[in-house]
Design a protein around this ligand. Structure first.
Ligand code: ZN
Length: 132
């Protein structure tokens, strides 16, 4: 198993497995900034993984925000892949999000840490409970 970038760029990351089709939908979503590789590893000799493997993490380079990561498992002889590709989408848990919001509030206001935390959760809950 390649080292899962559980932490990248100091951010707490969470990944959720998705299908090829979901990957395609996310990949082709219209967004202001095109997805670019944030990191990749092409290991066609299997030096690091034991068997050939290609990993890539796509994201928004302006903010180092990951969006997708995927792995392909080519065969050594250039034939069909050894096993199907795999894809994961990045998501933030409420705890991850609240922590980031709290940091931002703490850094940008005069609030003490405890109050920044409370405000972050109040804002998060407000956004989550808004009518769609
Ligand atoms: Zn796929």
């Amino acid at each position: 198993m390649p080292d899962d970038p559980a932490r990248l760029c100091g951010q707490a990351l969470s990944w959720r497995k998705i299908t090829c089709r979901q990957r395609e939908e996310i990949f082709t979503l219209e967004r202001e900034e095109a997805l670019r590789p944030l990191s990749s590893c092409t290991d066609l000799s299997g030096e690091y993984h034991g068997e050939p493997q290609m990993d890539i993490t796509w994201g928004l380079t302006s903010t180092d925000t990951p969006v997708l990561k995927e792995s392909r498992y080519p065969s050594r002889d250039g034939g069909p892949d050894r096993k199907p590709c795999e894809h994961w989408e990045f998501y933030m848990t409420d705890e991850d999000l609240a922590e980031k919001m709290s940091e931002l509030i703490y850094n940008r206001t005069q609030l003490v840490e405890g109050d920044a935390d409370d405000l972050a959760w109040d804002l998060l809950n407000m956004v989550k409970s808004r009518p769609l």
